[in-house]
Design a protein around this ligand. Sequence first.
Ligand code: FAD
Ligand code: DHB
Length: 389
Amino acid sequence: MKTQVVIIGAGPAGLLLGQLLHLAGIETVIIERQSQEYVLSRIRAGVLEQGTVNLLHEAGLGARLAKEGLVHHGFDLAFGTQILNINLHQLLGKEVTVYGQTEVTKDLANARSAAHLTTIYSAENVSITGFDSNHPKVQYQLAGKTHEIDCDFIAGCDGYHGVCRASIPQNAIKEYERVYPFGWLGILADTKPVQEELIYGNHPDGFYLCSMRSPTRSRYYLQCTLDDHVNHWSDERFWQTLQSRLPENLQAALETGPSIEKSIAPLRSFVAEPLRFGRLFLAGDAGHIVPPTGAKGLNLAVSDVRYLSWALMEYYQEKNESGIQHYSQRALARIWKAERFSWSLTNLMHQFPDMSGFEKKMQIAEFDFLMSSESAQRAIAENYVGLAY
Ligand code: FAD
Ligand code: DHB
């Protein structure tokens, strides 16, 4: 088989890149290791920046998003008993949209199958070669049979554990990493969200986040230890713990019910440089990870794809390689700023197990400063709604 661009991974980065390239008349094949059902059942991010929403509209995927997405004009930061509302609308005249990654992925997968584009799910032993030459190749197995695709470019959209970054020679890539000493335990439940806007909270017993998917579906997270396990968390224990961390005026309003999903995610900051090696590009989690505080993971994957689709369009439509040559540098400039924001909000909003008295005082002072400074609040708001492309 031969195509122009092979995309490895059918997560949001891979599917969106496929859709944007299709609209530009560029042929793609997507190779995914999991089944479609598995990909569509993963519960992950929930908050979309305006730039992400705009791009999804440009890609022809705005109909359900416009109908079902919840527009939020702000969110709360709670620190002990103090609560600070970051009013995105008042500070910047901007907003974010709550619409689950699961729904984004579903809309993208539906658009791809409606356009009869090739996506190979459940592909085994995916391998990539020749990307340091003009003849990259992708091999995979399906039902025991080996297949090979010749292409012009490979887009590595295969997440943190994918094959693409791992195929780059070690001396050609530098990795920067911070692993945090805690995880997030998340649950999804068909209960009314405790309030209309999100709350990110730092309680002496640990971080909590109150989020949602709809007016009748809540998504909540609690800071947990790295060796914790979902089996240790009955629904009852989860609700009791969350209630004990909530601001007092909200405790009685917490609606509880059976969880429909429960999972633990570790927290990590990670960046690989560069994001291009010959004719291989890394986009999304394949090239970088942020801790989820600040909701940047999915939005960053989308901004990489925006730069990469521009670069490939320039190559095919104008025979211009400049976008390809600058992809890594352009994407990384935005990535590092989102890494900084996610790292700093993670530091402010969590209880670190080995925090010294001095570090605790620094957290308190930072929150006090935020409470008193509109320009500090504006800086948080600016990052939260998404930096310019
Ligand atoms: P992914 O969504 O990881 O997609 C990569 C795809 O590649 C997957 O479908 C995978 O199966 C496939 N793949 C992997 N290896 C191969 C291979 N060898 N061959 C073929 N295909 C392969 N962000 C937030 O902002 N908020 C959150 O609450 C949040 N929660 C998260 C929870 C978890 C458990 C994880 C892992 C991430 C979470 N994120 C969250 C981050 C956010 O979901 C990601 O940033 C986003 O999914 C990135 O999209 P992506 O397409 O780059 O990668
Ligand atoms: C959600 C996840 C996040 O990491 C975040 O910062 C906000 C919301 C969510 O899953 O709803």
